[in-house]
Write a protein that binds this ligand. Structure first.
Ligand code: ADP
Ligand code: MG
Length: 206
């Protein structure tokens, strides 16, 4: 894997976020403050603008640019959380970028999200989509699947994880203020995270 494919992933994610900003904001309107789509769209548009201006020379520089841009352009919980995700990925990608390196970098990113947000499985957050996706990615790669096929399986796990948040009571973030009333709605961050893994499956499968 190289910086070109990783850049394709980020650009594909920005495209999908742009297409689904209304949907993400609707999800956030039900259990939050109706800004998740706007937040993510603002952030990913800024990322694309930064990449248009200066393409990233290598995988680590790319992830760092994405992380710093998200931290500086997105208000709300998701800016620092996604920003930390990519900044941690950047550190992990410094040693190279084989399929396993990529999986390890994603894992480092999720570990950063957990350190920052303290979310646990079942708290109804982005972690509930990312964690099963990365477990599936690791298992598929360990079983000998290629990266493209492993990412397709990881996307399915992310989507299942996203859908499972509907029945959960939110215990982190704004939605936790609603307590039991948060049940019956998909978590917006879990939805945008499933899109992140889906964009990887698209970019690496092409
Ligand atoms: P805000 O909640 O500040 O309005 P957003 O609406 O952009 O920010 O993002 C909300 C999403 O952030 C939630 O759907 C959830 O997935 C994620 N989130 C919030 N708090 C945490 C946390 N502590 N750990 C992990 N994810 C979190
Ligand atoms: Mg919000």
């Amino acid at each position: 894997m190289d910086v070109t494919t990783l850049t394709d992933w980020i650009r594909e994610y920005a495209r999908v976020i742009g297409e689904n900003a209304g949907y993400l904001t609707d999800l956030d309107a039900a259990i939050g403050d109706a800004d998740h789509g706007t937040n993510m769209e603002r952030g990913m548009s800024a990322v694309v603008a930064a990449l248009d201006e200066t393409p990233a020379p290598d995988p680590a520089a790319l992830a760092k640019k994405v992380g710093m841009t998200l931290v500086s352009s997105v208000g709300g919980a998701s800016g620092p959380l996604y920003g930390t995700f990519f900044l941690r990925m950047a550190t992990a990608l410094a040693d190279g970028a084989s399929a396993t390196d990529f999986a390890k970098a994603l894992r480092a990113g999720v570990d950063g999200v957990v350190q920052r947000g303290r979310a646990e499985a079942g708290d109804k957050t982005m972690f509930d989509a990312l964690a099963p996706a990365l477990d599936t990615l690791d298992a598929e790669l360990a079983a000998g699947s290629g990266l493209a096929a492993a990412l397709v399986a990881a996307e399915a796990a992310a989507v299942a994880g996203r859908d499972a948040t509907e029945a959960m009571v939110a215990r982190k973030g704004r939605a936790s203020y609603l307590g039991q009333r948060s049940v019956g709605h998909i978590d917006p961050g879990a939805a945008s995270s499933a899109m992140l893994i889906g964009a990887a499956a698209t970019a690496f499968g092409a």
